[in-house]
Ligand binder design. Structure first.
Ligand SMILES: NC(=O)c1ccc[n+]([C@@H]2O[C@H](COP(=O)([O-])OP(=O)(O)OC[C@H]3O[C@@H](n4cnc5c(N)ncnc54)[C@H](OP(=O)(O)O)[C@@H]3O)[C@@H](O)[C@H]2O)c1
Length: 361
């Protein structure tokens, strides 16, 4: 089977490293180029993540593949698109705004950044949830005159929320959502990241721009195609996003008002069954379950549940009746750098290979 030649931009960062941790064994994707800022450009990857004291900033639990360590890092702003079939981007939004269109003129770009998420002709794909939004890819190509396209994944906090709301919306109709997140420090990346002095022995009650992103994206992801754009789902979403002293894995407390009455058992069943058709496609990064429901009242916990099914399942627990909004409430844990960033983006790309939107050579 022909390999798909990919570049990873932002390869030295927290999300970029998760791409590299997952890609060496990938059956379809072959990493041929690495990009980052001009600070890292011209160095071998292993040197780019090592500081003057010798400290190597590699954050993934899988070891760095020696072949990647020896690869040169290019300045993403100067990188040529020649010889590439696909680009994964894991850079901050401001850089993505400039870089992503340049590559999308020629090849597909699957992004972890927010730069294009709110554009009317851009889908925010979430595997198993809104694959019909792929229709917008052709609209985007036509409108922008691009051979490629940009498809961002959601914010890492939106991921678990939208995945768990989708089966509820399908079965019972979601009317109102109130969510409070307890987000890990890796979600803030490493430059500048979260200072130990700020987070140890503490909860930080504000993450800049996060609540607005989650509220907006959730409605877009759960929305429906309407002409050449997406009509937001008709639901009210209100969030409080906090940072907690956890390394990886975002925990969320979710209260949902439902249009149709549902028992706890019906909700658990809807979540457990959700995504079976997508899982059956057998894509390389698919988990066995899109949602894993625990009956243990002390779960989910980020330390125990973030790595379930390689960080690709959303683990839900404490499903109870919700008397104030009239519906259901639960807790969830979702891995922010795996399903919530790099591996989620890889799964999107795999699906778009399956549909033919990303071509093999
Ligand atoms: N961390 C998460 O859990 C998570 C989850 C979902 C989405 N995201 C999104 O993923 C993106 C990266 O986040 P992160 O947490 O991985 O951040 P990070 O650890 O701070 O890494 C940032 C990366 O971007 C590169 N970069 C910075 N400025 C650049 C420029 N002008 N041109 C090219 N590359 C540049 C950096 O390269 P140098 O090393 O050379 O500076 C580094 O590789 C963000 O858009 C973020 O919102 C992150």
């Amino acid at each position: 089977m022909a390999r798909i030649r990919v570049a990873v931009l932002g390869a030295t960062g927290v999300a970029g490293q998760q791409f590299l941790a997952s890609l060496p064994q990938h059956p379809w994707f072959e990493v041929v180029r690495l990009g980052a800022s001009e600070r890292s450009a011209g160095k071998k990857y292993g040197d780019a993540i090592r500081d003057a004291s010798g400290k190597v900033s590699w954050f993934a639990s899988a070891p760095l593949d020696p072949a990647f360590a020896a690869m040169p890092v290019e300045d993403a702003a100067e990188m040529s698109v020649d010889g590439l079939d696909l680009v994964f981007t894991a850079v901050e939004s401001d850089a993505a705004k400039v870089l992503e269109p340049r590559f999308a003129e020629k090849v597909p770009v699957v992004s972890t950044a927010s730069a294009f998420r709110y554009e009317p002709d851009v889908p925010v794909f979430l595997p198993a949830v809104n694959l019909d939004h792929a229709e917008l890819i052709e609209v985007q190509r036509k409108r922008r005159g691009w051979k490629g396209f940009v498809t961002p994944g959601p914010n890492c906090t939106t991921t678990g929320l939208a995945i768990t709301l989708k089966p509820l919306d399908l079965a019972f109709g979601v009317e109102r959502v109130v969510m409070t997140s307890m987000q890990s420090v890796s979600g803030a990346g490493r430059s500048p990241g979260v200072l130990a002095l700020d987070i140890i022995d503490n909860v930080v009650p504000y993450i800049a721009k996060e609540e607005e992103k989650v509220e907006k994206e959730t409605k877009k992801i759960l929305g429906t195609i309407s002409g050449e754009t997406i009509a937001d789902a008709k639901m009210a979403v209100s969030c409080t996003c906090t940072r907690v002293n956890v390394l990886d894995g975002h925990t969320e407390s979710v209260f949902v008002g439902l249009r149709k009455k549902a028992s706890v058992d019906e909700v658990k069943a809807a979540m457990r069954e959700f995504g079976a058709d997508f899982v059956a496609l057998g894509l390389p990064s698919t988990p066995a379950h899109i949602i894993t429901v625990s009956d243990d009242p002390y779960r989910p916990q980020p330390r125990l549940d973030r790595d379930n099914e390689s960080g690709m399942t959303t683990t839900v627990g404490r499903v109870r009746d919700e008397p104030v909004l009239g519906g259901i409430k639960y807790m969830l844990v979702s891995h922010n750098t795996r399903m919530g960033a790099a591996k989620g983006a890889m799964l999107i790309a795999e699906y778009l290979v399956h549909t033919g939107h990303i071509a093999r050579r």
